[in-house]
Design a protein around this ligand. Structure first.
Ligand code: SF4
Length: 353
């Protein structure tokens, strides 16, 4: 059964539409310093190749803003300026051609400054993301729900200001420092407003912890039908954030980007080195550039192997030295351990007649 998404307003980041019936989008953020333009471009190109659909750049000073021209020309994606404290950076970002600007209600809030930014955004026809992060509050909260309420209140007040200025091209983000505050804040917001939500759990930690927190936080909300664009945050290279975002969307069957491998954890019944086989198969599959959405099972023994391999589009179930390949629920080939990768790849790419 498909997840029923909450209907939100359609807002654009450049040509990229989000909200409404549009797919849940993937956003990335650049980590290279704006002083290192060569590597900044390299990172942006890599993020596009990985599947990012919009990229955010921290505009710390007004002189960072002109970089957007080069980035857009070389990468060909919409770019969002991430601005804090200095509203003049937002004005420069808009003037230089960013497709959206992220404002933080906790550090750019003076009415005359907001008014000026809104006037320019309107004149250029760009959208604004209003994003509250838990780290923006300079006080301690008793529990996650209290933090969630504070985030929503601060956003609601800001949205009122934007709406009073007749500005409605708004995206919103509420990123808590933990999974629960993020979930509560986004649920609370989605009950009251229909602006598209950019989801993310912030400051998640390094690879393992960040993967768990992002997968749970984003997964729960997406399962609720909440979320129009996602950004995974990891203390790790940025391409992992895009890969993980794609995996989350694929796991929930919200979007399909390519083949998915189903493999068992192995146990003492397993008589082949399945970890090594799966690893080698994955590398071969990636190298083959096969992008169609297929479920491919690689299972260690006859307990669950035949069942999983039958239910997948194609799969191999291992015995002692041999493996059986299933395609669309039927056995199509018997093979050996040393030939299984080749035979399975052949089946994935061309199918067995
Ligand atoms: Fe163990 Fe077989 Fe299950 Fe794999 S499929 S975990 S080898 S029982």
């Amino acid at each position: 059964m498909k997840i029923q998404r909450l209907k939100t307003k359609v807002v654009k980041i450049g040509e990229l539409k989000l909200g409404g019936n549009n797919p849940v989008r993937i956003k990335a953020m650049l980590k290279t310093s704006t002083r290192d333009v060569k590597n900044l471009l390299k990172e942006a190109r890599q993020l596009k190749e990985e599947g990012a659909e919009a990229i955010r750049l921290a505009v710390r000073e007004e002189k960072d803003a002109p970089l957007v021209k080069l980035l857009k020309k070389e990468v060909g994606l919409p770019f969002v300026a991430d601005v804090h404290f200095n509203y003049r950076c937002a004005l420069s970002a808009i003037a230089e051609g960013f497709d959206a600007v992220r404002l933080n209600p906790l550090n750019i809030y003076k009415k005359d400054q907001v008014k000026e930014v809104v006037r320019e955004a309107k004149a250029r026809g760009i959208s604004l993301r209003v994003g509250v992060n838990s780290g923006g509050f300079k006080r301690k909260f008793k529990h996650s729900q209290e933090l969630a309420r504070a985030m929503v209140e601060s956003l609601a007040g800001y949205i009122k200001i934007l709406e009073a200025l007749k500005f409605f091209d708004i995206m919103v983000s509420l990123k808590g420092r933990d999974v629960m505050s993020t979930i509560w804040a986004n649920r609370l917001f989605a009950q009251k407003f229909n602006y598209p939500l950019h989801l993310g759990v912030t400051a998640t930690g390094s690879f393992l912890e960040g993967t768990v927190k992002s997968s749970i936080g984003l997964g729960v909300l997406l399962q609720d039908g909440i979320g129009d664009i996602i950004r995974v945050s990891l203390t790790a290279p940025s391409f992992w954030e895009v890969r993980l975002a794609k995996e989350i969307l694929q796991a929930l069957k919200i979007r399909q980007f390519g083949p998915q491998i189903i493999s068992c954890p192995t146990c003492s019944r397993c008589e082949v080195n399945l970890i090594d086989i799966v690893d080698k198969f994955k590398k071969r599959l990636q190298a083959s550039n096969f992008k169609e959405p297929r479920e491919i099972a690689l299972m260690g023994c006859v307990v669950n192997g035949p069942g999983e391999a039958m239910q997948a589009d194609i799969g191999a179930a291992f015995g002692k030295t041999k493996a059986v390949i299933f395609q669309d629920g039927k056995i199509v080939k018997q093979t050996t351990q040393d030939k299984v990768i080749e035979d399975l790849l052949k089946g994935v790419k061309y199918g067995y007649k």
